[in-house]
Design a protein around this ligand. Structure first.
Ligand code: NAD
Ligand code: TYD
Length: 384
């Protein structure tokens, strides 16, 4: 089914956490919208996260790799695509510490293959209106001390993890294709996201699923590291604002105005789950191993574990530009966003059960085993 009024866009990584939320929002908010998802379905990709949208023909799912330049060229040509929203990436810092190669392959080489294809089709073969939106992270700016000003778009890059370095490299390639070849690009650097469909290797879904299963809640170091948290739908709204009103060549930081210490965040999440399960016989029956089901507190599961090597101390976003230029501000507070997130995970037991299968558990167990064995000496933090 095609609709000539709304051109199809290509969303890479549309079966991942943020990509799936973006695709779902786009198709729900515009009946004429059409999306082509290109996703390699790595461990982090779940076709189930968008599968229900495929039936009416507005979502075309391609199981493929962004590093496959011929495949990307074919999609841009055959489907007349003039907008790419690029989410696909290896996205977990801990994995990048254990195995950086995949991060360079996908985040750097993969982004470059997309840029090359876009340049060929949009600048050489069929010049005209186009947009390449690159989804990036605040981690490219490095780590802040407690009193440092928040990251702005002019903060020098100082990536500390292999993940952050690979994203920084991809940001530079996007910039270079705009500057040198005139490809119309925008980039957003966003803070930590949370919400539905997030793979439970990241802090919030990991501790949420662990507390429901009565497993320990691992806090790295002393739990005083600070992150800025943004509800995923707000991130998607920010990207929509950039696609609609952002200036080509411009970079926009997106943040949640919501700095939290990890330990405070986990305690708050414990309180939300305690509140949901205590006095709800049905939930208590579904999650018998959760302390809250027997009237105990989930924070009894908190366990301090060995720190992540090179663990960035603090991230904070100065979002003045996107607010002043595009009128964007997040709508969710941390309380409303966390409540929506907890409710989604409680209501989507099947999705969680499929994700929390053997391979996920094996990874978590191996990670903690290696955490104690592989890094006997913490490297010193490099000054900015
Ligand atoms: P995710 O790990 O949940 O999903 C990544 C998706 O990309 C998966 O569906 C995976 O299958 C797909 N993918 C991986 N390699 C691929 C390849 N070679 N070809 C095609 N598809 C491939 O990631 P996420 O949390 O949704 O993050 C999406 C983007 O947003 C990433 O670029 C990330 O750097 C950025 N970002 C994430 C956060 C966050 O808090 N999660 C914050 C800021 C920016
Ligand atoms: P994470 O969700 O991995 O995102 P990022 O490293 O990209 O910020 O981690 C968020 C914070 O939580 C980070 O400071 C590391 C910490 N953390 C824990 O304390 N325990 C955990 O099990 C995980 C996954 C993260």
């Amino acid at each position: 089914m095609s609709n000539s009024r709304t051109p199809e866009i290509l969303v890479t990584g549309g079966a991942g956490f943020i990509g799936a939320n973006f695709v779902r929002r786009r198709l729900a908010s515009d009946p004429g919208a059409r999306v082509c998802v290109l996703d390699a379905l790595t461990y982090a990709g779940n076709r189930e996260s968008v599968a229900d949208l495929e039936s009416d023909g507005r979502l075309h799912f391609v199981h493929g790799d962004i590093r496959d330049g011929e495949l990307v060229l074919g999609l841009l040509r055959e489907r007349s695509i003039r907008t790419i929203v690029h989410f696909a990436a290896e996205s977990h810092v801990d994995r990048s510490i254990l195995g950086p190669d995949a991060f360079v392959d996908t985040n750097v080489v993969g982004t470059h293959e997309l840029l090359k294809a876009a340049r060929t089709v949009w600048l050489d073969e069929a010049p005209g209106t186009h947009r390449f939106h690159h989804v990036s992270t605040d981690e490219v700016y490095g780590s802040l001390e407690p009193d440092d000003p928040a990251f702005s778009e002019t903060t020098p890059y100082a990536p500390n993890s292999p993940y952050a370095a690979s994203k920084a490299a991809s940001d530079h390639l996007v910039r270079a294709y705009q500057h040198t070849f005139g490809l119309e690009t925008t980039t957003s650097n966003c803070s930590n996201n949370y919400g539905p469909f997030q793979f439970p290797e990241k802090l919030i879904p990991l501790v949420l699923m662990n507390m429901l299963a009565g497993k320990s809640l691992p806090i790295y170091g002393d739990g005083s590291n600070v992150r800025d948290w943004l509800f995923v739908e707000d991130h998607c709204r920010g990207i929509e604002a950039i696609l609609e009103r952002g200036a080509p060549g411009r970079v926009y930081n997106i943040g949640g105005l919501n700095e939290q210490r990890n330990i405070d965040l986990v305690r708050l999440l414990c309180e939300v789950v305690d509140g949901r399960l205590s006095g709800d016989a049905e939930l208590a029956e579904r999650f018998p191993d959760c302390p809250a089901s027997r009237g105990d507190r989930c924070d009894s599961l908190i366990t301090f574990v060995k720190d992540r090597p090179g663990h960035d101390r603090r991230y904070a976003i100065d979002a003045t530009r996107i607010e002043n230029e595009l009128g964007f501000r997040p709508v969710e507070t941390f309380e409303t966003g966390l409540a929506k997130t907890v409710d989604w995970y409680l209501a989507n037991g099947e999705w969680c059960a499929r994700i929390a299968d053997g391979s996920y558990r094996e990874w978590i167990d191996r990670q903690y085993a290696e955490r104690t064995e592989t890094f006997p000496n913490q490297p010193k933090r490099v000054a900015r």
